[in-house]
Design a protein. Structure first.
Length: 178
């Protein structure tokens, strides 16, 4: 069965063009919803994935209707493939039901994975370089060493944590950590 999926991000947007394209491409059933792609739990998408059977094909007008990002797309297509179904995107001409389509999709996925790994490597190199120059990441300490010593002195005098926190304009949790 060819199962269509159509999505727009807001109630004001219209699904008509997507639904028409899916019908024209032979969709026998269409799941549609008006919800942001950034929301991970999308009821119509979840229902569609739950109902997939071996041999079905999930059809979308554009892959960005199914997923917000490439990692998200790869995750959803993996779920489709786990069900024994295929994936087709009309605009990008991706079709995992054919050997050539699977090849294109997996090359696409490999490039994305390579890029994620390169970004991670560059980030780690940058952090190592910064550490070598004496810089450390993260938020600066809320209290200097002198202020921490003063906090300890005030705590020894049995001053209330909330009062000490108010003096230094920090949270009581910061005072407790000292």
């Amino acid at each position: 069965m060819i199962i269509g999926y159509a999505r727009v991000s807001t109630e004001e947007q219209n699904l008509d063009a997507q639904v028409a394209a899916l019908n024209e491409a032979g969709a026998e059933r269409i799941f549609d919803e008006k919800i942001s792609g950034s929301i991970r739990s999308r009821p119509a998408l979840d229902r569609m994935l739950d109902q997939l059977r071996s041999g079905d094909v999930v059809l979308v007008s554009k892959y960005d209707r199914l997923a917000r990002s490439l990692p998200d797309l790869l995750d959803i297509v993996a779920k489709i493939e786990e069900a024994g179904a295929g994936f087709r995107s009309l605009a990008e001409d991706i079709d995992t039901t054919t050997p050539a389509g699977r090849l294109v999709f997996h090359v696409f996925a490999s490039i994305a994975q390579f890029e994620r790994e390169r970004i991670r490597e560059r980030t780690m190199e940058g952090l190592a370089s910064a550490r070598a120059k004496g810089r450390v990441g993260g938020r600066p300490p809320a209290l200097s060493e002198d202020q921490k010593a003063e906090v300890k002195r005030l705590k020894a005098e049995r001053r209330a944590v909330k009062d000490i926190a108010a003096m230094f304009k920090v949270s009581p949790a910061t005072i407790k950590r000292v």
